[in-house]
Structure formats: C-alpha cells, structure tokens
Design a protein around this ligand. Structure first.
Ligand SMILES: [Zn+2]
Length: 202
C-alpha cells in the first residue's frame, strides 16, 4: 500500500482520500471523522451467506488480493495480507506479470491454469477464518476492504471467471474469481435463494 488509506464511515470501504468526497459512495469524507461503531459496522456488513473464495480485484494501488463474500446486505471484499519481518501487514504479492495476465482473461493454457491455482491456494491459505472472530471484526482488521450494499447494485454479470458489479449507475468493480467454477456456481445459486439478491442476480 502507498500513501494514506482510511475507511469511509458512510460506506465502510477503504479509500485513498482525494478531495473531500469518497470516490466509492460520493459522500463527504474527512480523515477527522469519528470511526463508525463496531456494532453499526456489523449490522451494515450483514452476515455472510456465501464465500466465493479467493479473488483478485481490478483496481490501482489499494490491496487487490482477497476473498469475496455475499452477505445479507451486499458484497464484501476482504483483503488478504502477509506479515513482514517487522510484523507489519504487507500487501499480498501478485507478480506484475500474473496481474496483467489475469486481466486479459485468458485462463486457457496449462501454464495460466497453474498460475491461477497457485495464486488461489496462496490467498486461500492466508485467509482461513477464525471461527470465533466476528465477520465485522475480521473486516475491520484488514485495511483495504470494499463493501457494495445490495441497495446500490444495478446489475451483476459473470463472464467465465470474472464477476462484474455495476452500482451507482456509472461505477463498476470487477472481481477475478480464482475458485473453481463449481464453488462459484454453488455460491451464486445459494445467493439466488435469498429474496434480496434474486432480483439483481437474475
Ligand atoms: Zn464512502
């Protein structure tokens, strides 16, 4: 990570503050605002319904490797970090070569398939949830998380291993899904059983 990142209290997404508005939700943002209460965060992030597994998020600078959850209230991306020698969090290393490859969407050759599998396994190993730790606490402990409430979402499209989510009319996030097709299919089918998700998934 470079520069300052802070969580927007209005939308719970971590941003690089630029100007006086959050680029994710458009609300006024100040580094000096009080943090939202843990209880409030837990309520807004909802309870996880499905775990879509390891993903890579297409965005500059902020952490890109993590795990994606569909909750009772929206999509939650939780970044995965490694600890460096001093005990500080560092961003999960994704070689630039792999990253540019990931976004060309060509998971066809044996080599790229192996690179995906390796990356998925590494992210997966670092993101084993502690059964006792509440979901919101895990989210707050990993700077760089992203939250897209169901109420914002206009449409969701999945094309092979890429999940695109349009929200607030013009904004879009893209997740490269590294889990197997079956894991992703099962998760999306399970989400579709929930009324709040059905309308936007179909
Ligand atoms: Zn915001």
């Amino acid at each position: 990570m470079s520069g300052v990142v802070a969580m927007c209290g209005a939308c719970l997404t971590w941003i690089e503050p630029r100007g006086d508005r959050c680029h994710h939700c458009g609300e006024l943002f100040s580094l000096y605002s009080d943090d939202p209460l843990d209880r409030d965060v837990a309520e807004r992030l909802g309870e996880p319904l499905v775990d879509l597994g390891p993903v890579v998020l297409n965005r500059p600078r902020l952490p890109v490797a993590g795990r994606l959850y569909g909750t009772t209230t929206g999509w939650v991306f939780r970044p995965v970090f490694t600890l460096d020698e001093s005990g500080a969090l560092s961003q999960f290393p994704i070689p630039r070569r792999d990253r540019s490859w990931l976004w060309r969407f060509v998971p066809s050759s044996a080599t790229s398939g192996k690179a995906r599998a390796d990356l998925a396994e590494c992210i997966g190993q670092k993101a084993v949830d502690s059964a006792e730790q509440p979901f919101a606490e895990l989210y707050l402990a990993a700077p760089g998380g992203l939250f897209v409430p169901i109420a914002w979402i206009q449409k969701i499209r999945r094309q092979r291993s890429v999940l695109r989510v349009w929200y607030h009319q013009v904004q879009r996030v893209e997740f490269e899904l590294l889990a197997s097709e079956k894991v992703v299919d099962d998760a999306l089918n399970k989400l579709d059983e929930h009324d709040a998700w059905r309308a936007i998934l179909s």
